[in-house]
Design a protein around this ligand. Sequence first.
Ligand code: CU
Length: 156
Amino acid sequence: MKAGMKLGLALMLAMSTALAHDYQVGDLKIAHPWTRATPPAAKMGGVFLSVNNLGAEGDTLLKAESPVAEVAELHQMEILDGVMKMRKVESLAVPARGELKLAPGGLHIMLINLKQGLKEGEKIPLKLTFAKAGVVEVKVRVEAMGSKGVAPGEKH
Ligand SMILES: [Cu+2]
């Protein structure tokens, strides 16, 4: 009976971890990488996630790679002459005991020249390279096409 309860508890813990959809590499915790479903002919998609740094030293996100896209770039948004534009950046800082947040309308990882449409419910692999913590492979959950997407008129 007791052993059974312990097993049940272990299973529940394992399940809640799976639902949380978190990854850890060194002092960095990567939470909930996600993207949006794309129309079949779409060539680009944005990936969002957050990186929490539990360590006392800052780190840097240097690179992202995914087999579903020819290139993955680190992008930031900025307003030029009143128009929101995206721009490639070489790296993104993860402050010590701080957070790097990639979210719609802000920083994101741009998947360029998608080799396949992204379908809701799928999980696509993404490899992240950090200067200090090293390389981690995460699964990006494809969520519904939609609302908080790249707004019309935004350009590269
Ligand atoms: Cu972009």
